[in-house]
Write a protein that binds this ligand. Structure first.
Ligand code: NAG
Length: 166
């Protein structure tokens, strides 16, 4: 009897661990023509569900990503937009601005550009979901670029939802 209950306990703990790790995975996908190692381990969009990220108007969305440049990065620019069908919708205050101020070392200390090849860096961005964005399903394209060279890139299915009634 004691054995049975400990087996039940272990099974319960394992399934809780599985659910937990699952809810913390962002369903990030590779950008077309690119292949970054361990992409899903590197990307976190908050809040995000199992199959798509929920972007609610009037709230902030946080993107945290880890990346390791293959070569020295002199400038780092946010190339971020939503794809609604074939139409790109830029996120205000994100698209086209320098990403250098948003990068730290793994220990949290600032990492001003240039960034060294082969080092791990962490990029964090918090941006608002504006009330005038359309409430639609879309794909978020998030890329950090040094000139024309992609340093990290992912896409994630997302949905913009209405603001919570006040
Ligand atoms: C979103 O982030 C901005 C800037 O950090 C902050 O001023 C604002 O209060 C945040 N809004 C919400 C709804 O958390």
């Amino acid at each position: 009897m004691k054995n049975v209950s400990s087996i039940v306990f272990v099974l319960a703990a394992v399934s809780i661990a599985l659910v937990w790790s699952d809810t913390n995975v962002t369903p990030a996908e590779q950008c077309e023509g690119q292949n970054f190692d361990d992409l899903r381990k590197r990307i976190q969009v908050i809040p995000c569900g199992r199959s798509s990220c929920k972007l609610q108007k009037g709230t902030n969305t946080t993107v945290v990503l880890k990346f390791k440049p293959e070569r020295e990065v002199k400038t780092l620019v946010n190339e971020v937009y939503a794809k609604i069908g074939n139409l790109p919708l830029p996120f205000l205050g994100v698209t086209g601005v320098s990403a250098c101020p948003q990068v730290t070392r793994v220990d949290g200390t600032p990492a001003p550009c240039p960034l060294a090849a082969g080092e791990e860096y962490v990029y964090t961005n918090v941006f608002p979901i504006e009330s005038f964005y359309p409430t639609v399903n879309l794909r978020v394209h998030w890329e950090l670029k040094d000139d024309e060279h992609s340093v990290i890139c992912f896409e994630v299915p997302a949905v913009i939802t209405a603001a919570k009634p006040k």
